[in-house]
Design a protein around this ligand. Structure first.
Ligand SMILES: O=c1[nH]c(=O)c2ncn([C@@H]3O[C@H](COP(=O)(O)OP(=O)(O)OP(=O)(O)O)[C@@H](O)[C@H]3O)c2[nH]1
Ligand SMILES: [Mg+2]
Length: 190
């Protein structure tokens, strides 16, 4: 039987191969809960971000046979009815941050939304619990260091993510907001 009930986790095993994500999650959860990390190459299905994250979470729990935290990040363009969404990684790999803005060149509306969805599962057979954060911004020509994905082409209130201090980004970012919900849930489990 599938169940979402679980005891309070003493630590979280964050399954990701993305070092930049890991660094942000470590910084945001510092002092809240111990974070471990394993890099497991997980198949990512097609679907809504919730479907993608739940499936990723179930696969991760089965792969390590224990409790896991996973995360999937989307970048959605309003002019494209929310595409590329969960498929942004492939656009990043193909275009890179310097050409990303060209995707919306033929559109007046440059609105973009960054969406971060964490999934926690207490182990195989335990239904994943989701925590989602969304930040509205727009797609712009790359400004700032091109260290992390599309940070340099996502502008929020006049600054790209890449132009902000890390702590500033974490306060308003899709990931920061999703982790606020995770922290709230951890607090409510005591
Ligand atoms: O500029 C950015 N600021 C961010 O805050 C951010 N978060 C994720 N990304 C990128 O968006 C795609 C998501 O794909 P994704 O969620 O499947 O990640 P991934 O495959 O790299 O790692 P994981 O699936 O092992 O966790 C990947 O290209 C990531 O590099 C970001 N880029
Ligand atoms: Mg991935």
């Amino acid at each position: 039987m599938s169940s979402s009930s679980a005891a309070v986790p003493k630590h979280l095993n964050f399954i990701t191969g993305n070092k930049n994500k890991l660094a942000e999650v470590q910084a945001i959860l510092q002092g809240v809960i111990e974070l471990q990390n394993q890099n497991v190459d997980l198949v990512e299905i097609q679907g809504t971000v919730e479907e993608v994250t739940k499936d990723k979470c179930r696969r991760a729990a089965e792969a390590i046979n224990g409790p896991v935290l996973v995360e999937d990040t989307c970048l959605c363009f309003k002019a494209m009815n929310d595409l590329p969404g969960p498929y942004i990684k492939w656009f990043m790999l193909s275009l890179g941050p310097l050409q990303m803005h060209k995707l919306l060149e033929g559109f007046e509306d440059k609105s973009a939304q960054a969406v971060c969805t964490f999934g926690y599962s207490a182990g195989p057979g335990h239904e994943p619990i989701l925590f989602q954060g969304r930040t509205d911004g727009k797609l712009v020509q790359s400004r700032g260091p091109t260290v992390f994905g599309w940070d340099s082409c996502f502008e929020y209130e006049g600054q790209t993510y890449a132009e902000m201090d890390k702590s500033e980004k974490n306060k308003i970012s899709h990931r920061g907001k999703a982790l606020d919900k995770l922290k709230e849930w951890l607090g409510s489990q005591v």
